[in-house]
Design a protein. Structure first.
Length: 388
């Protein structure tokens, strides 16, 4: 017989150590697989790092993936904290890019001091509206947010395809016009200003989730909606506000990507980053500071994987395989960190359960000590009587 029981919550240091060990084990396991199919693991890993950080151009390319991943992951983390499984970051990013492109293409003559904030606002609004739909359906009809947000991704992406091949097509080719210079985000230290936006948003979201009333309400709803209602929290209102915020962040990522990287809008400008953000958020355990680390690691893997195709004639899917193995090992470590598996045959158990000492409160110690003293005295008197 096999039983699975939940363990007490592990200390944060233990959880972090377990995840680091899981990543190392994943790298080792991936290396074994590479060796079995004829590749040199150390050389592959070296090429991934070289492809991501080997030159100024490659560093910029890595940051072009890292920046939207951070912003998307923050948006996903806000929803996940509430146990609202927002798998729609890809679609919300696409709609955010659409909103920003609409402003850029129609008002490109405006000053960048007006145009860029307007694009950001438009992107955030479009992303939040796209996230509002599954939130409304969830609160009104108790639909599955996982399925709704997932399906809405493809609606948004098909909408971009329609625009590219239809009303926004430039000339004979299915291409949306390039943005004017006023609609392009400026650079700081050779990298577009989105990295500053990502860092500021990380601080804001961390404070929001850990130091504000809204963050507390989001956490309580994530634990139990019934408890939240009993505590007087307006559950429906908080769900709507949280999803508006989540969608706005994802939409802002779409604005940053379309303005700073693509400089236009294409049907594939999201590049699957919305789906990758779900992974980076989960690996970061919904922690805003940790999202910076996981997003950078996956930015390196994405950029380094594309470099493998040219450097070693290896498919970029090799990097995707490494990502998948890391996810598998980290999720597995999380399971064993939180749960205990016991094998039992008759009276035999493995591993043997350790007795859990019952804590004694200070107020109870004195009566127990007195009782123990009295019992010892009674035993001594009995022994003396026997001696007589």
């Amino acid at each position: 017989m096999i039983t699975i029981t939940r363990k007490p919550e592990a200390p944060l240091k233990t959880a972090i150590l377990m995840q680091l060990l899981a990543v190392l084990a994943a790298i080792l396991a991936a290396g074994i697989i590479m060796a079995l199919i004829g590749y040199k693991p150390l050389e592959v890993y070296a090429q991934i790092i070289k492809g991501a950080l080997g030159s100024a151009y490659r560093v910029r390319a890595t940051f072009n993936k890292f920046i939207p991943l951070v912003i998307l992951s923050l948006g996903v983390a806000v929803a996940f904290k509430m146990i609202f499984w927002n798998i729609g970051a890809e679609g919300q990013m696409a709609m955010g890019g659409f909103g920003a492109a609409y402003v850029a293409l129609n008002y490109g003559h405006l000053s960048p001091w007006i145009l860029l904030p307007a694009m950001a606002v438009a992107g955030a609004i479009c992303g939040s509206i796209w996230a509002l739909i599954p939130a409304f359906l969830k609160t009104k009809f108790n639909t599955s947010e996982t399925l709704v947000t997932l399906m809405m991704n493809y609606i948004a992406l098909k909408w971009l395809t329609y625009l590219q091949y239809g009303p926004w097509k430039e000339g004979a080719f299915p291409k949306i016009p390039t943005f004017s210079d006023n609609a392009i985000l400026p650079t700081v230290f050779g990298i577009h200003i989105g990295w500053i936006i990502a860092l500021v948003l990380t601080v804001i979201i961390h404070i929001l989730l850990t130091r504000t009333k809204l963050g507390y309400e989001i956490a309580v709803i994530g634990e139990s909606q019934d408890t939240a209602r009993y505590s007087g929290i307006a559950v429906t209102k908080v769900i709507i506000i949280t999803m508006l915020l989540s969608g706005a962040l994802c939409g802002l990522a779409g604005m940053v990507q379309s303005s700073a990287v693509e400089k236009t809008l294409t049907q594939g400008f999201t590049a699957g980053l919305g789906f990758t953000a779900v992974i980076t958020t989960w690996l970061a355990r919904l922690s805003a500071p940790a999202i910076l680390l996981t997003s950078f690691v996956f930015g390196v893997l994405l950029q380094g994987g594309s470099f493998l195709e040219t450097a070693m004639r290896i498919s970029a899917d090799m990097a995707k395989m490494l990502q998948a193995i890391i996810i598998f090992f980290v999720l597995g470590s999380g399971f064993f960190l939180n749960y205990r598996i016991t094998f039992a045959i008759g009276s035999w158990r493995f591993p043997k359960e350790k007795p859990c000492p019952v804590p004694v409160r200070e107020a109870e110690k004195e009566p127990l000590e007195k009782a123990a003293t009295a019992e010892d005295g009674a035993q001594n008197d009995a022994k003396e009587g026997e001696g007589l």
